[in-house]
Design a protein around this ligand. Structure first.
Ligand SMILES: [Zn+2]
Length: 192
């Protein structure tokens, strides 16, 4: 299949993620929210840094480990200051670091997570012909979003429009995995 155009998007989480875990205060699973505060423990030349999460119901806290027994010299003076000052931007950044959640074996509440679609590239194919467009949506954080919703979000159209295109055969999902969605668009006029 030759395509006249290839467009690539990435799903980028916004704000920060909540964590679902057993709360000893509530005695059951609860939602823990990012307090945007760090706990820093410097001991000799070793450093521990946690991001503090709090149960939304009973305010029990849980610490997400960022650094454990880390050499002081491995951390920049600038970042260290930002930990001490509870830098909000840095706390939000760590609050959507999926690698960190995996390391802490934390279950992320992806249902309520806000995200946006960022265009990575939009290229005309030299030898392409016709009106076939290949749309790729990268999802590195593996957010659980249905393909129709991803297509609608990336193209800025309604989900019912996507459903209509599907019925008309204007859209064909080529590949769908937790990290990537590939769709062939045919005879669809794309805006922008
Ligand atoms: Zn609780």
């Amino acid at each position: 299949m030759s395509y006249s155009k290839k467009i690539e998007y990435e799903v980028v989480p916004e704000g920060s993620c909540s964590v679902i875990r057993n709360c000893s205060g509530c005695g059951r699973k609860a939602l823990f929210q990012n307090t945007k505060k760090f706990r820093v423990n410097a001991n000799g030349n070793k450093l521990d840094v946690w991001l503090i999460y709090q149960c939304e119901k009973c305010r029990h806290t849980w610490n997400l480990a960022i650094y454990e027994r880390q050499r002081m010299s491995a951390i920049s003076a600038e970042e260290y200051q930002r930990f001490l000052q509870n830098d909000r931007e840095l706390a939000e950044q760590y609050g959507r670091n999926f690698q960190l959640f995996r390391k802490n074996r934390a279950e992320v509440d992806t249902e309520r997570l806000e995200y946006q679609f960022v265009k990575l590239s939009d290229t005309k194919q030299e030898n392409g012909c016709g009106s076939q467009v290949l749309l790729t949506i990268q999802n590195p954080c593996e957010l659980k979003i249905r393909p129709e919703k991803q297509i609608a979000g990336a193209l800025g159209v309604s989900r019912s429009q996507v459903e209509k295109w599907k019925v008309q055969g204007s859209i064909e999902v080529k590949n769908f995995s937790t990290r990537c969605l590939t769709v062939s668009l045919n005879e669809i006029r794309l805006i922008g």
